[in-house]
Write a protein that binds this ligand. Structure first.
Ligand code: LLP
Length: 425
C-alpha cells in the first residue's frame, strides 16, 4: 500500500447555489445580514459526517474517539460530538469545565499536556476522568501524592516520546522527536512504568503518544504504533496490566482542495495490530473532525495599491485567524458571491497594526470590491480557538448550521466584554 492514505478532501458542506456560497442549505449572506462580520460558520453535517467516517473505520476494535477540544471548544461543537458518542482530549482545567458542561461524560475524557497544575490534576480526579496522559516524572509524583491525599488512585497513561521525525507543514506542530518538550524520553519509559506500577496513588491504564499535527502520511503513525506495541509487549512481560493504547491526534485534512488522509486507509494500517493486543484504541483527533467544517466570513473594507502590490483590506485580521501568520498556514479565500471578474494577484490583509497581519499573500483571485464578502475556508480547527482580542477587537460570533437552520452558538463580543475583567481603579 502507498504511504499516503489520500481521498479528495474538500467537503461539500459549502455548495454554490446560483453563484452564492451556502453553508448546507443556508446562503452565507443571510447569516451576515443577521450576525455581521467577521463571522465563523460551521456545518454540523460536516462534523457529524467526519466523526462517523472515523468511528466506522475503528469499528473492528473497542475504541474511544477523544476529540481534541483545543481545535474548537465551542459548546455547540462539543455537544454535537457528545451526541455522537465522542469523548475528548483536554489540556487544561478550562477545557475540562467546557467538556463537562457540554455533556461529555468524565469517563470519556483524557487529560494531556506537559504542564498540568495541581489544581487541574485535582479537578480531573474529582471529575473521575478516564486517564491522565502523564508527561514527566515530576507530574507522576505530584499526581500520586494528590490522589493519595484525596483517598483515590489516578488512572494514568504515560505519554512517551518515540523520537520520530514527523513530516508536518510547520516545525511548531511536530511533537514526536526527542528534542521537543513532549512526552517521556523513550530510553526512560520502561523504567518509569515500573516505578509508576508501584506508586500508591497511580493505577496504570495505558500508553500514549502524539507525534504531531496535520500529518497526511500513514507511515509516521505506523512507526509510532510499532514503538507503542513494542513497549506494550515488554510491559506485559513485566506484568504491568494495561487497558488502552492512545495514538494521539494529527490526522491531516485538505487545505488546498487536494487530498486528505482517509480514515479507512489509516485505520487499515493501525487497527489489525491493535486488535491483536486486545487493548482499547484511543485517538485524539481535532483538526480531522472539525477543520473542513468551518469558514470565516469577512467583509472587504478597502482595496489599495502600493509598492507594486495590490492589497485587499478585510475586517478580519490575525486576531481572528492566526494560522496564516503564525504557521504560514494556507487557507483558500473565496468570494461569497463570485463576481466573474478577471483574476489578479493580491495580498488579503487585516486591520491590525502589524505587517504580519495577513490572511493570504500573493494570492490570485477575482479582485473584490469594498463591501463584498469573502469566505476564508477550512478554519473550523484552530480558528476561533486561537483568536484573541489583540488591538482591542471583540472576537467574532460563531454560528452552527444544520440543513436550513442556523443557530448562533456564540454571540459577538462587545467592547464592554473587553474590559469586563479589569479593575477600574
Ligand atoms: N492530542 C494532543 C496531545 C495534541 O497536542 C494535539 C494537538 C491533538 C491531540 C490534536 O491534534 P490534531 O488532530 O488537531 O492535529 N494550532 C496548530 C495545531 C496545533 C496542534 C496542537 N496539538 C495549527 O493551527 O496548525
Amino acid at each position: 500500500m502507498e504511504d499516503t492514505a489520500a481521498v479528495a478532501g474538500t467537503t461539500d458542506a459549502f455548495p454554490r447555489v446560483g453563484g452564492i456560497m451556502h453553508c448546507e442549505g443556508v446562503p452565507l449572506p443571510e447569516l451576515v445580514a443577521r450576525w455581521g462580520t467577521p463571522l465563523y460558520v460551521y456545518s454540523q453535517g460536516a462534523i457529524r459526517e467526519r466523526y462517523r467516517e472515523l468511528d466506522d473505520a475503528l469499528a473492528p476494535v473497542p475504541h474511544l474517539i477523544a476529540y481534541s477540544v483545543k481545535a474548537n471548544g465551542n459548546l455547540g461543537v462539543l455537544r454535537t460530538l457528545a451526541e455522537l458518542g465522542a469523548g475528548c482530549d483536554i489540556v487544561s482545567g478550562g477545557e475540562l469545565h467546557r467538556a463537562l458542561m457540554a455533556g461529555i461524560p468524565a469517563e470519556r475524557i483524557v487529560f494531556s499536556g506537559v504542564g498540568k497544575t495541581v489544581h487541574e490534576l485535582a479537578a480531573g480526579l474529582r471529575a473521575g476522568i478516564y486517564a491522565f496522559n502523564v508527561e514527566s516524572e515530576g507530574e507522576l509524583c505530584a499526581l500520586s501524592d494528590l490522589a493519595c491525599a484525596m483517598g483515590t488512585r489516578a488512572p494514568v497513561a504515560l505519554r512517551v516520546n518515540p523520537d520520530i521525525d514527523t513530516p508536518t507543514p510547520h516545525a511548531y506542530t511536530r511533537t514526536g522527536h526527542a528534542a521537543t518538550k513532549f512526552g517521556i524520553a523513550a530510553a526512560r519509559a520502561r523504567a518509569l512504568y515500573n516505578i509508576a506500577a508501584r506508586m500508591p496513588g497511580i493505577r496504570l491504564r495505558g500508553i500514549d503518544v502524539h507525534i504531531g499535527s496535520q500529518i497526511l502520511d500513514v507511515a509516521p503513525f505506523r512507526d509510532a504504533l510499532e514503538y507503542v506495541l513494542d513497549l506494550a509487549h515488554d510491559l506485559r512481560q513485566a506484568e504491568v496490566d494495561l487497558e488502552f493504547l492512545d495514538l494521539g491526534g494529527g490526522l491531516g485534512i485538505s487545505y488546498e482542495g487536494g487530498a486528505r488522509i482517509s480514515a479507512a486507509e489509516w485505520a487499515a494500517e493501525i487497527v489489525p495490530a491493535v486488535a491483536e493486543t486486545g487493548l482499547k484504541l484511543v485517538v485524539e483527533p481535532g483538526r480531522f473532525l472539525v477543520g473542513e467544517s468551518g469558514v470565516l466570513l469577512t467583509r472587504v473594507l478597502y482595496v489599495k495599491e502600493g509598492g507594486g502590490k495590490r492589497f485587499v483590506i478585510t475586517d478580519a485580521g490575525m486576531n481572528d485567524l492566526i494560522r496564516p501568520s503564525h504557521y504560514s498556514g494556507w487557507h483558500a479565500v473565496e468570494p461569497v458571491q463570485a463576481p466573474g471578474r478577471e483574476r489578479v494577484r493580491v495580498d488579503v490583509v487585516g486591520p491590525i497594526c502589524e505587517t504580519g497581519d495577513f490572511l493570504a499573500l500573493d494570492r490570485e483571485m477575482e479582485l473584490p470590491k469594498p463591501g463584498e464578502l469573502l469566505a476564508i475556508m477550512t478554519v473550523g480547527a484552530y480558528g476561533f480557538s486561537m483568536s484573541s482580542q489583540y488591538n482591542q477587537r471583540p472576537r467574532p460570533a460563531e454560528v452552527m448550521v444544520s440543513g436550513d437552520e442556523a443557530t448562533l452558538v456564540r454571540r459577538r463580543e462587545t467592547v464592554d466584554d473587553l474590559v469586563a475583567a479589569e479593575m477600574d481603579l
